[in-house]
Design a protein. Structure first.
Length: 221
């Protein structure tokens, strides 16, 4: 596998077609380190009685954080939908909307993280795919979570977006926008942060910011 292409502020855009990812499946992976999981790992690695005791106390006080990966989809025919764990909207790879979420990692402990799969064989039906992440459960924000989103094609090409500059209080992030441009799909790094506002959910705030025109109701998972 070749070295990953890291999308940065200075170089935020990449063409999937120019990297040979014009068909097949592309996997979008979200991986992060939960503060509690990291503290528990340090506790198992601590040495000495007092070192283990301090590490265990820190692990006990650390908070779990549940990040959820999602995709807001605007289709070429004007249809719109969202794929996410909230509301059990896991989607489908081989049927509408040709985007699916494989699982819900609630702790950040899973080595595989959370994965969205996009079927590029149906890319002509896509207008915009907005990849986003939000904190479903747990206190705090994104700081210290070391969250990374990777897009990996069937042939092994890898594109990465690092979520490493979160402001205090952010509970959601628009990661990247995949859109049709001159007949091909391009990925554009966004890393645009959102904090809760009275009466407006993070989902709605993201949708409004990108003029996706979606309606939102409270959901559970």
């Amino acid at each position: 596998m070749s070295a990953p292409v890291i999308l940065t502020k200075g170089s935020p855009t990449v063409s999937l077609a120019k990297h040979g990812a014009a068909s097949g499946l592309i996997r979008v992976n979200l991986n992060w380190a939960s503060p509690k999981t990291a503290a528990e790992r340090r506790a198992t690695e601590a040495t000495g009685f007092f070192g283990r005791m301090k590490a265990s106390l820190r692990a006990g006080a650390a908070k779990e954080v549940d990040l959820d990966l999602g995709c807001m989809i605007l289709l070429a025919d004007g249809g719109k939908t969202v794929v996410q764990a909230l509301g059990n909207s896991f989607g489908s790879v081989h049927g509408y909307p040709y985007v699916a979420l494989d699982a819900d990692d609630r702790t950040g402990a899973s080595a595989g993280g959370e994965n969205l799969v996009i079927n590029l064989d149906h890319q002509a039906e896509f207008k915009k795919l907005l990849l986003f992440v939000y904190i479903y459960g747990g206190s705090g924000d994104f700081r210290g979570l070391d969250a990374v989103t990777s897009l990996v094609s069937d042939r092994g090409d890898r594109f990465e977006v690092h979520l490493d500059d979160s402001p205090p209080g952010a509970r959601g992030c628009a990661i990247a926008l995949i859109k049709r441009q001159r007949g091909e799909l391009v990925v554009e790094r966004e890393v645009r942060w959102f904090t809760p506002q009275q009466g407006v959910s993070v989902h709605e705030a993201i949708s409004r910011a990108y003029r996706l025109g979606m309606s939102w109701t409270p959901g559970r998972k």
